[in-house]
Design a protein around this ligand. Structure first.
Ligand SMILES: [Mn+2]
Length: 401
């Protein structure tokens, strides 16, 4: 692999996967984000992989024949992420250059898993088929979710509650992004990496207005400095960037309900065999219910739960309400007998913890048939700080009982 720009790096990694990593005898470094494959997972893993490959400043992860940034979803699910497609276009990266999980798995020799070391970004517990194959091979991790206590020998093993995992990557590679005193302008290559890193930090912190920490603020300042270096006159291009990313992210009007549910989805199978899935959406619960009608919405959730073999299902939204401003809702569905009591116990705690409140008559969610209300509960969530990072650990706690 030889590459100068991040686009060339991605293209050559993709070419190596296409040729077949089976034939390569050298070691492979797989750099992967989590299974929601959001912008944070995508950008943090690609930036980390590129800088490890091309500017191994930290010197720990060296000697790999191939460094592969992975999008931790099958190829067919890329189209569910319009914000990713927008970002790829902006960075002049062909969508076909992104390496998806199914393509990587069919490219390697599964009997030689020792050949593959893994770096985890944006999660700290390698799950599902990747976990079965490479769970023992995690050599580094950077994340901002609750620490699940796995992969203790990873080095670095950085877990910090920042707004965006990509901020940790920018901080880790600070020597690359920090401009030298004589450096009037960063190279175009470096500017592209900075644009890529900036995207998830702006989206995850709502343009540094929500959930941002000092690390996020510092990372944005560092990346903005790279982007605006050598340019005279008014900057502020990031402002438009944020709204373009959000516009793309919200453009799901043509999606089927199943696509909305699987677009930003995470699932956990507990040791006792109980399974919970959580979908997050950028469109409100009320928008979604109105879009499909209650009957279709409810049966859509039921068939998704059946397809995923769920005992409990959660639908979360976060959106701007024209009257109330930033809002969140929480829908919790019982999907099996095993889920029943567990969901009820969860709700007893969640009502207080997440400040759940019944919808009002005027909200248009009151027409839910009484027997559906037995299994499906909908609330306004007044605790706006509780995202899936807070909701998932709490419901999992009750699923484990
Ligand atoms: Mn993240």
């Amino acid at each position: 692999m030889t590459a100068k720009s991040i686009q060339q790096f991605l293209a050559s990694a993709r070419a190596a996967v296409r040729t077949g990593l089976k034939s390569s005898s050298g070691k492979i470094l797989l750099v992967t984000g989590n299974e929601s494959a959001d912008l944070d997972s995508f950008a943090s893993s690609l930036v980390f992989a590129y800088l490890t490959y091309s500017h191994a400043l930290q010197g720990k992860l060296t000697g790999y024949e191939n460094v592969i940034p992975l999008l931790n979803i099958p190829r067919e699910e890329v189209s569910l992420r319009p914000e990713l497609q927008y970002l790829l276009t902006k960075l002049r990266m062909p969508e076909s250059d992104v390496i998806c999980k199914d393509e990587f798995l069919s490219s390697i020799d599964k009997s030689k898993t020792d050949n593959v070391d893994v770096v985890l970004l944006d999660h700290n517990n390698l799950l599902s088929d990747l976990g079965d194959l490479f769970g023992k091979n995690v050599v580094a991790l950077l994340d901002h979710h609750a620490d699940e206590g796995m992969h203790k020998s990873a080095d670095p093993r950085i877990i910090a509650p920042v707004g965006s995992c990509t901020s940790l990557v920018v901080q880790y590679f600070g020597d690359y992004f920090r401009l030298g005193p004589d450096e009037i302008s960063a190279s175009d290559e470096k500017k592209d990496v900075a644009w890529l890193g900036l995207a998830p930090i702006l989206v995850d912190t709502a343009n540094l207005t929500s959930k941002q920490t000092q690390e996020d603020i510092d990372a944005v300042a560092m990346l903005s400095k790279v982007i605006s270096s050598g340019i005279t006159g008014a900057g502020g291009e990031e402002e438009g960037y944020y709204s373009e990313l959000m516009r793309a992210k919200r453009s799901i009007d043509g999606f089927s309900l199943r696509d909305i549910l699987r677009k930003d989805y995470k699932e956990w199978l507990e040791d006792n065999g109980v399974r919970v899935g959580i979908s997050s959406s950028v469109k409100s619960l009320i928008w979604t219910v109105k879009r499909f009608g209650w009957e279709e919405f409810r049966t859509g959730i039921e068939s998704w739960a059946k397809e995923r073999k769920l005992d409990a299902f959660v639908f979360m939204d976060s959106f701007q309400d024209p009257e109330e401003g930033y809002r969140r809702d929480l829908l919790v569905a019982v999907c099996s007998e095993k889920g029943d009591a567990r969901v009820r116990n969860f709700l007893d705690t969640a009502r207080i913890e997440f400040q759940l409140e019944a919808f009002a008559e005027k909200d248009g969610l009151c027409s839910i048939p009484a027997n559906d209300k037995e299994r499906v509960s909908c609330f306004k969530q007044r605790n706006l700080k509780a995202s899936r990072k807070q909701v998932a650990p709490l419901i999992r706690q009750f699923m484990q009982e």
